[in-house]
Write a protein that binds this ligand. Structure first.
Ligand SMILES: Nc1ncnc2c1ncn2[C@@H]1O[C@H](COP(=O)(O)OP(=O)(O)OP(=O)(O)O)[C@@H](O)[C@H]1O
Ligand SMILES: [Mg+2]
Length: 405
């Protein structure tokens, strides 16, 4: 296909969009945090699925590097936090990637437990070195990990850098496991709090779903003070329009103002939906090249595709009674913002022959939280965790009258 016709839109997890719309306030906030002399505040970057956390995190990296920070990190898979040692290994592995090129003198190394004959040689801070420091340090996992971080920090000045950012995406996967007496999440918080108290410039940047911050606070109440929460919301109207139009500004395709309105409205300002819809519109337009310069938006077809690609799988895992509850929620005026148990109970009286009681709603909301469809915010109110799920549910009602008559 000719280059000029290549579809620029990028719906997909973590794919950098052709034009990153908005987010300047969030980037500014991050820059301020990078300027901290002593790291008092770390970052939680949070928001619903597909709102643009990962790609924004990607733009933080060059920002940090330009200001003299080293950047390490990855996705936090569940396996990284099965136990404390896995987490320590994860952190040390990430660190080793950037410290492997640093050589330190024997003096420092001797003091942390190498055999004397080895310690006479300068040592490279590769994974093996870091891991043997970890293993040879007596005490708890946190003591061992701190010893490694101390050693690395001592070597940082020789690199001309001024600190290290530890960036972890999908951090809502982290959890403590009291039943196994394993507390990897608390470990992470304790260790960073402790090194930061010693004026070591290591900063945590944790990215994840809205469940992340409450989880941190539940593990350690001091997380409230330790983190600045940057919440990503849907894009403002103007930014949504930019996300649609800028990528095609120099190309052959033109979105009419009416098409832009339709796309923005349909997407609800959610970045993933903008990319998804625009990609479909662009593809449809390619099919009819020569016929028109302007793209039309086949709304029904795109909606259907979005429903089956994005929503249907999630909906299929929900039980009938849960569907009823979610449908009641979808009919609340506040379905796209936040709602309380009582509002659901009241609405269900209006709508259902067998309405829900408060304790039942509570219990079901908990189950739905665990499966990632709902979350409870800091003020004890609830929101849908899947963007625009309410609109999908109302569309289902149209096609599936059996449940509601
Ligand atoms: N500011 C933006 N402007 C335009 N498109 C964006 C913007 N932010 C994200 N996108 C697009 O939205 C989609 C989702 O982005 P991303 O994967 O970063 O979201 P996420 O919040 O990390 O999602 P998840 O919770 O699933 O990890 C991608 O296709 C990306 O290109
Ligand atoms: Mg992501």
């Amino acid at each position: 296909m000719a280059k000029a016709l290549e579809n620029p839109f990028r719906p997909g997890a973590g794919h950098m969009p052709p034009y990153l719309a908005g987010r300047t306030r969030e980037q500014e906030e991050f820059r301020k945090l990078l300027a901290q002399d002593v790291v008092l505040q770390n970052v939680v970057l949070t928001g619903l699925r597909g709102v643009g956390k990962t790609v924004l995190l990607d733009t933080f990296k060059p920002e940090a590097t330009r200001r003299g920070w080293v950047w390490v990190g990855t996705d936090l898979s569940e396996s990284a936090s099965v136990d404390e040692e896995s987490l320590a290994r994860r952190i040390i592995t990430d660190l080793a990637v950037i410290t492997a090129g640093i050589t330190v003198e024997h003096v420092e190394v001797r003091s942390i437990g190498f055999r004397p004959e080895r310690s006479r040689l300068p040592v490279r801070l590769d994974f093996n070195t870091l891991w043997s420091v970890y293993s040879n340090t007596p005490g708890l996992v946190s003591d061992k990990l701190k010893a490694v971080l101390d050693l690395v920090w001592a070597a940082v000045p020789s690199t001309g850098k001024q600190g290290i950012v530890f960036a972890y995406d999908e951090a809502q996967n982290m959890a403590d496991h009291a039943e196994r007496e394993q507390y990897p999440l608390s470990l992470l918080l304790d260790v960073f709090q402790s090194v930061q108290k010693k004026n070591i410039r290591f900063m945590l940047v944790l990215t994840g779903l809205p469940t992340l911050f409450p989880k941190l606070v539940a593990a350690r109440t001091y997380s409230e003070r330790m983190f600045r929460v940057i919440s990503l919301e849907r894009l403002a109207k103007k930014d949504s329009r930019d996300a649609v139009t800028k990528p095609v500004a120099d190309g052959p395709l033109v979105f009419t103002p009416r098409s832009v309105d339709v796309i923005v409205e349909m997407s609800g300002g959610y970045p993933y939906f903008i990319q998804f819809i625009c990609r479909e519109v662009y593809d449809a337009w390619i099919q009819q090249v020569g016929k028109s310069k302007e793209a039309s938006v086949p709304v029904d077809e795109i909606q259907q595709k979005l429903d089956s690609d994005f929503f249907a799988g999630r909906w299929a895992r929900v039980t009938d009674r849960q569907r009823e509850l979610l449908t009641v929620i979808a009919k609340l005026d506040s379905a796209e913002s936040e709602f309380a148990v009582l509002e659901i109970v009241e609405k269900s009286k209006e709508l259902l022959a067998k309405p829900f009681g408060a304790s039942h709603v509570n219990q079901m909301l908990n189950t739905l939280s665990e499966s990632g469809l709902i979350y409870k915010n800091r003020h004890g109110r609830y929101s849908l965790a899947v963007p625009l799920l309410n609109r999908f549910i109302l569309r289902q009602l149209e096609t599936d009258k059996t449940l509601w008559g």
